[in-house]
Every structure is written in structure tokens, then in C-alpha cells.
Design a protein around this ligand. Sequence first.
Ligand code: RB5
Length: 148
Amino acid sequence: PRSKKTLSPTLAVGADHAGFALKEYMKEYLDQPDLEVIDLGCDSVDSCDYPEFAHAVAQAVEKGTADAGILVCGTGIGMSMAANRHKNIRAALCCDVEQAKMSRAHNDANVLCLGGRFISQERAVAIADAFLSTPFEGGRHKRRVDKI
Ligand code: RB5
């Protein structure tokens, strides 16, 4: 059984060619009754440019079309750089479960970035599960997030 989700219900997902396979795998994991997934591409392993998908997912979260986003490229780095150019987007590149928990608890991250060439499918699912089930702690962390 999955953990209870605190970040839900609509998720925008995006990837470039290097993240495509992991995005497709993540969509299977995210196919749950309490989640709705909007796939903003890419649609194949053909070479493409990660900022296009980072901007699409970030805009969906900015506009409220999605409550949160998941972005996958080779490293997760380019996706996080591009998504974080958007106002009120807090994109967190997470390589393990603890980082994912902290990105929610302390940083109120609303976009999870993953490196498809660096983590296994199992780890990616565990990271996403932690990201989606950890609430923001608020308090002093809200003061700090407000200063971003
Ligand atoms: C694509 O080769 C790769 O540069 C991209 O997926 C990503 O890792 C960029 O940050």
C-alpha cells in the first residue's frame, strides 16, 4: 500500500528523451484512484530539449491546472534549473527518499525533479511516494520559503 498523499490530486509530468522511460514508468505508479496525471510530454525517446517540458509543467503548476509536478531528464539538473525560473515554483532535485521528505517538510517543494540516468525505477517510485505523502511543516520554514 502507498502512503497517504498530502500533495494531490492533479500532477503534471514531463520529461525529455533521457527521462522518457522513467516518466512512463512513473505514470504507471501514479495510476492511482486519488491522483490525476496530466502528461505534458515528451512522447518518445527522440532527442528533444528539456526546458520546453520544464516550462510546460511549471506553467501548469503556476496556473493551478496542476497541484504539483514531476520532471525527469538525464540528471534532473536542467529540469530543476528551468522550472525554478518560474515565480512560486520550488523545484527540488531529489536523489533519495530523505531529500524528498525534506523538500516537502522544509521547502514546500511543488515540483519534483528526477535524474533518469542516475536512479533506479524503484528508487524513483520511493522518492515520489515520499514527496507526495510528506506535508509542509510551515512555521519557521514558511518564513524562510517566503524569503525565496
Ligand atoms: C540530455 O542529454 C541531458 O543533457 C538532459 O537530459 C539533462 O540531463 C539536462 O540537464
